[in-house]
Design a protein around this ligand. Structure first.
Ligand SMILES: Cc1cc2nc3c(=O)[nH]c(=O)nc-3n(C[C@H](O)[C@H](O)[C@H](O)COP(=O)(O)OP(=O)(O)OC[C@H]3O[C@@H](n4cnc5c(N)ncnc54)[C@H](O)[C@@H]3O)c2cc1C
Length: 304
């Protein structure tokens, strides 16, 4: 409690909420409270918050659009930052530079407006630039690693580093940012000159495919599981007869077996229970382990 008062006094100009339910921000509409939830508007504010956390030995959690996240119902201790207010996008020649909190979808729109092709695959990925770099997000044959040439990151000891493509060490849903606990501040996208109408047509086409296959009308966190080598997670889940399986308000989607949708006031615990059941059932039937793609963070709720 003492710390809570302190941070509000130390940084009266930064938007900070105490004991704020993260279910208000996650795409699954689930998750417990953040002790301290800050919305920095600039890299300077981000650095001030990081200094504060380091000085007070508070754990730091960074969130973008919360579209690939399950926050456990016990919430997150320490300082949590949501970066969606740091969102400038600029374009010069074939480059687009976007700050971490910019919506990836807005970056695809900026690229299209500047007749730049290469980012159409991301037109429907509902994450932020920071989350997309962190996850090496991808769809329809494209991945962030194909278009991002470098990123500016903040190290845990509060230094700004410029990482080139090699240093980002991209892999399937992986980047080096994960290993070094860095905060992505911005990313540079190198694209190719194209025809604006053609780019728009391709984005519309991919978004139509997405709408036909994915349960976009219900809260979810996208594909819950990574693609296991030699298989498709959705097919294994479908073949195991798990579509429609439900615990509490969390249900394996009838429309896309790789999604778990919030159909009735689900909790994060409901999500985790469905995930565990799906993993066990698929393993028992096919001896394939489904690893989660969704990031699971925070603490379990306290038992009474
Ligand atoms: C309907 C739907 C469809 C989706 N389709 C796709 C798809 O086609 N392809 C795909 O790859 N994903 C997809 N996703 C998942 C998600 O959109 C991506 O993983 C996205 O990249 C996550 O970005 P985010 O900003 O929401 O990250 P968050 O969910 O906020 O965070 C995810 C992880 O990234 C970390 N992180 C976020 N921002 C930063 C930062 N600035 N610095 C350091 N770490 C950070 C967080 O700590 C967390 O570990 C989908 C999700 C939904 C809900």
């Amino acid at each position: 409690m003492m710390q809570s008062k302190t941070i509000l006094n130390v940084y009266p100009d930064i938007d900070i909420l105490m004991n704020e339910p993260l279910s208000k921000y996650t795409h699954t509409l689930t998750g417990g409270p953040a002790d301290i939830l800050a919305f920095p508007r600039s890299i300077k504010e981000c650095q001030q918050l990081l200094d504060y956390a380091n000085e007070n030995h508070l754990p730091i959690t960074v969130i973008g659009n919360a579209s690939n996240l399950i926050v456990k119902d016990g919430g997150i201790r320490g300082l949590t930052m949501i970066l969606t207010k740091i969102k400038k996008i600029t374009s010069h020649e074939n480059l687009v530079v976007a700050e971490s909190g910019a919506a990836l979808i807005d970056v695809t729109k900026a690229a299209q407006a500047n007749s730049l092709t290469g980012l159409e695959f991301a037109a429907g990925i509902p994450g932020s630039v920071g989350g997309a770099v962190y996850m090496n997000a991808g769809a329809y044959g494209g991945d962030i690693e194909n278009v991002v040439t470098g990123a500016e990151v903040l190290t845990p000891d509060n230094h700004i580093l410029h990482l080139n493509h090699k240093q980002l060490d991209f892999g399937y849903r992986h980047s080096s940012v994960q290993d070094h606990h860095q905060i992505v501040l911005s990313a540079t996208f190198a694209l190719t000159t194209g025809i604006a109408e053609k780019i728009q047509k391709q984005m519309d086409h991919l978004n139509a495919l997405r709408a036909a296959k994915q349960p976009l009308d219900l809260p979810s966190c996208g594909s819950v599981f990574k693609r296991p080598a030699g298989h498709f997670a959705g097919k294994l889940i479908h073949d195991a007869g798990l579509q429609g399986f439900q615990i509490g308000g969390a249900q394996v989607s009838m429309k896309h077996a790789g999604f778990i949708v919030n159909v009735d006031h689900a909790t994060a615990t409901d999500y985790l229970n469905v995930i565990a059941h799906v993993q066990k059932t698929v393993y028992d039937q096919f001896q394939v382990h489904l690893e989660t793609e969704v990031r699971i963070i925070g603490e379990d709720p306290k038992q009474d």
